[in-house]
Design a protein around this ligand. Sequence first.
Ligand code: ADP
Length: 273
Amino acid sequence: LRGGRAAREMPFGPDSLTRVIAVTSGKGGVGKSTVTANLAVALAQRGLSVGLVDADVHGFSIPGLLGLVGPDGLPPSPTRIDDLMLPPVAYDVKTISIGMFLRRSTDGPLGAVAWRGPMLHRTVQQFLTDVFFGDLDVLLLDMPPGTGDVAISVGQLLPHAEVLVVTTPQSAASDVAIRSALVARQTGQRVIGVVENMAAMTLPDGSTLDLFGAGGGAEVAERLSTPEEEVPLLASIPLSTALRADGDAGTPVVAASASDPAALAVTALAERI
Ligand code: ADP
C-alpha cells in the first residue's frame, strides 16, 4: 500500500455499471464473512464477473475462506503493474485483503492490524481505487461488524452501494443488526435484504435443531422495511458442518459440497440478488 499521493478516481462511482453490495452485520461471529465468500463464488458460478473487497481490516478472513494461501502459508501478494495492483483470483473471484500486505514477523503469526480511523479509511479507499478489477458485474464488500469507522468510510466512498444484512435467528441479535443497517442507510445506501444465517438444520433422523432460535431474520427484515420500501428476507442459511469445514479448508461449500443445504441456500441467494 502506498501513502501520500493524491487519490485516483473511484472506478465504482455512481456512473459505474458495477453493482456494489456491502455485506454487513451487527456483531461478529454470525457468519458474515463465510456468507460473503460463498455468495461471491456462487455469483461467479452464475457467470458474473465478481470482485471481493475484504473491508474487515481488523478481522480479515476472506483469503483463508477462499483458499488464497501460498506455499509459505501466507496469502499471495497482489502483482503490481506500475502503481496498480492486480488482485489474486480464487474460484473466479478477484479478491483483495489487507492479509495480502502483512508479512510474518520472523517466526510469529501474521501481524495484527491496530489502525485507527484515518488509516482504515485510506486502506479501504486504496482497495477501491488502486486495485485493477477490470469490468465487474458485482463488487462485494465484506464489512467489519457493527457501525465503526470503516462503515462510515464506505458510506462516504460508495453512497450508492447496496447493503445486505447478515443476522442469526436469535432475536437478541436483531437490534445490533438493525443498527448497522441504519448507519448504512443514513449515508444514502439502500438496504436490499436480510440474510439469516445459522438457521435450523435438519438432523439425520429428520428432526430439526434450531440452536439459535427462529425468526430473527424475518424480524430484522420487517423492522427495516418502510412504507416506501420493503426489505425482504432473501435467504435463510441453515447451520451446516460442511459449510464450516469447507470454510476452514479454504474450499467454499458452494464449490466443494454444492448439494449441501447451506450451499443450496447461498446459490438461491445468488439468484435472487
Ligand atoms: P463473521 O464474519 O460474522 O465474524 P464468520 O464467517 O467468521 O463470521 O463465521 C464464524 C464461524 O461460524 C466460522 O467458524 C464459520 O465457519 C462458522 N459458521 C458460519 N456460518 C455457519 C453455518 N451456517 N453453520 C455452521 N457454521 C457456520
